[in-house]
Design a protein around this ligand. Structure first.
Ligand code: GCB
Length: 637
């Protein structure tokens, strides 16, 4: 199940936040179906297109960027989609028609051309002062001309839109996509014109209880077309996707598959890795699929040597060039083995928050700056919290030699009993696996963050763990859990007891001793126990500090407090025998609507080791010292 379009049509936009209970689930679904069904006749004779299967590696394709200034209408009441009876608009009042009055007397109450512009990619919140807290719909429009080779096909690719996107081309609906952090494509081969195309999107970032993430998060809900938009031209039958990776447990054997899309599904396909002297030919079956298997003598990818090979993938009708690194990742008892050797993951967590300009990060420059700070800390690992980050982060991590923990936004209190919510989470997980499955840097999928234990939650997460293993058996699956503290005289023991732990390959745990619970010094008398015999990554710890605010080590918000907390945490972490990594919270201060305290927070979570303006706090150097020591102690190649 990849890129399945959720046929919720306009209902998601309409309903705002629905309080879900099991009994109204049927009704909710019925209403969604009804709304969708009602909408369809209003569309063109062709009907709505489906989200297409994701095209792999579009950067290697013939692309035309649609980034830049788009016309934008802010529409808090969804008047561009619904009439005053809240019924879907079927006439020229619907904004996606981009209709212009034909005479002085005609009433038309919208106009893209005079409504201002927003930059794409980019969140809208940081582009206009009055949109800082805005949650709702914004309509985007841009025009383009495109002359396509007659024998080729054309796709429209979106890196991500937060959260719901309804897409229209030349006044007809293409389809919708739900989920704010994953890519999607539409085929527009038969719809594109040589001149005067107009592309309209309604993007809505209203939070909803049944969504993933849900209404409550500790990060800013940036809305908009937040990642690049492109036109991608491919041959009639093209290489849609491929998996070229080392087999689980092997450092020589490559196994994988290749998928063609188009009318000529049975073809000879060749995989070449010129530098390793590999050239292998396979036959695709009647479904366009070939299973790949061959051995190769390869220099393995690692943080010390992030070797990427040029891999040429050719069918009779198409060719794609990729950069792929090869490495193995496994767990043996409490060890994590990279290329067969035990590795300690010197990590840091980060949000997709731009390094210097305000707002969502995107693209190579932001990725390079953020990951360079991680490198400067001495990291070999990053936790890309709490949702899939831009593809350029993964590609940059491949190049710079940083292993990656990737995450889906199953955060805090998702509707565990709601099958739609599960379907949505599974879809987002599958979309990120589809996008990143050839990245050597990517070693861990995390399926949840700090979710409260219950039978329904356990079932939900077990399904995601199973999905991740089924879609990608080569990588490890984890989740950021929370644990129980037991006081024992003067000491505190923390037991990892979450039942989900038995399903995970690697345990993740968040703890905030010294910030939300107790004092930093309490870590001196805290011990950790796990009966699972698995490696542990301390996926979060930390405390807030305002850059430049100084005082003693017991004064909250000072750099000294944060530094002291890190020093005590590190001493405790060194005593955990099954600890194999850590990703303290967090690289950089980030915007959060939960953080209202004027003097220190100002709507920023200040647990960054770097401030929102890129200044390094004292704790940065405490962690750097530890990582330098550990780097010295790491077994080298
Ligand atoms: C957590 C969450 C993270 C928060 C952090 C905090 O446990 O996983 O999203 O930002 O705590 O600062 O409270």
């Amino acid at each position: 199940m990849r890129n399945a379009v959720r046929c919720t049509a306009n209902s998601q936009f309409d309903s705002g936040t629905l309080d879900y209970t099991a009994s109204d689930h049927f009704m909710t679904n019925f209403l969604r179906w009804l709304t969708f069904a009602l909408c369809l006749p209003s569309l063109s004779g062709q009907g709505a297109a489906q989200v297409a299967p994701l095209l792999a590696n579009i950067n290697a394709r013939q692309t035309t960027s649609l980034d830049g200034q788009w016309q934008a209408i802010v529409d808090p009441y969804d008047v561009g989609a619904l009439d005053y009876r809240a019924q879907p608009l079927k006439n020229n009042s619907a904004f996606y028609k981009n209709y212009k009055p034909q005479s002085e007397s005609e009433l038309v109450e919208y106009d893209f051309d005079t409504s201002g512009q927003l930059h794409v990619p980019g969140d809208w919140n940081t582009q206009r002062e009055q949109l800082l807290f805005y949650e709702g719909s914004v309509w985007y429009k841009r025009s383009f001309d495109y002359t396509k080779s007659l024998k080729n096909r054309l796709f429209l690719h979106f890196g991500a839109c937060n959260y719901l996107a309804a897409v229209y081309l030349n006044g007809e609906e293409l389809g919708e996509h739900e989920g704010g952090f994953t890519p999607f494509d539409f085929e527009i081969t038969d719809r594109v014109r040589a001149q005067g195309n107009f592309l309209v999107l309604r993007v809505n970032n209203t939070r909803g209880r049944d969504q993933v993430p849900t209404v409550n998060t500790d990060w800013w809900n940036y809305g908009g077309i937040t990642r690049p938009v492109s036109l991608v031209e491919v041959p009639q039958t093209f290489v849609q996707d491929y998996w070229v990776q080392l087999e689980k447990g092997s450092t020589r054997q490559i196994t994988g598959w290749l998928q063609l899309n188009g009318p000529k599904l049975e073809q000879k396909v060749t995989i070449r890795i010129p530098e390793a002297g590999v050239s292998k030919t396979f036959q695709t079956n009647s479904m366009g699929r070939a299973e790949l298997s061959f051995s190769a003598d390869l220099a393995l990818w690692s943080p010390e040597n992030p070797k990427l090979y040029r891999v040429e993938i050719a069918s009779e009708t198409d060719q794609v060039i990729e950069s792929i690194g090869f490495r193995s990742i496994e767990v043996r008892r409490t060890d994590i083995l990279l290329n067969g050797k035990s590795v300690f993951l010197r990590g840091i967590s980060l949000h997709e928050e731009a390094p210097v300009h305000p707002g969502r990060a995107w693209g190579d420059d932001d990725a390079r700056t953020l990951l360079s700070w991680a490198k400067e800390l001495g990291c070999n690992f990053v936790r890309l919290a709490h949702y899939p980050h831009d593809e350029s982060m993964l590609r940059m991590a491949d190049q710079m030699g940083l292993m990656v923990w990737a995450e889906v936004p199953v955060y805090w209190t998702i509707q565990w009993e709601n099958p739609q919510t599960l379907h949505n989470a599974e879809n987002q997980l599958n979309e990120v696996i589809a996008r990143d499955h050839n990245r050597a840097a990517l070693i861990i999928y995390s399926v949840a963050n700090e979710t409260p234990v219950s039978d329904a939650r356990n079932r939900f997460l077990r399904q995601l763990i199973q999905d991740a293993h089924a879609a990608d058996a080569t990588r490890l699956v984890s989740a950021a859990l929370q644990s129980n503290q037991v006081a024992d005289g003067n000491r505190m023991t923390i037991h990892i007891t979450d039942p989900i732990a038995s399903d995970l390959d690697v345990l993740g745990n968040n703890e905030y001793i010294g910030w939300y619970t107790g004092r930093p010094e309490d870590t001196d008398s805290t011990d950790w126990i796990s009966e699972y015999g698995k490696p542990l990554i301390m996926s979060e710890f930390g405390g807030d500090a305002l850059f430049g605010y100084h005082g003693d080590a017991h004064t909250r918000w000072t750099e000294e407090y944060q530094k002291n907390l890190y020093e005590h945490q590190i001493a405790m972490l060194k005593r955990i025998p099954f600890l194999r990594g850590m990703t303290p919270w967090i690289l950089k201060d980030f915007r959060s609507p939960r953080r209202t305290l004027p003097r220190f927070e100002n709507y920023f979570n200040r647990k960054g080791l770097v401030s929102d303006r890129g200044e390094k706090k004292e704790a940065f150097f405490v962690l750097q010292k530890l990582y330098r020591e550990l780097q010295g102690a790491q077994p080298r190649k």
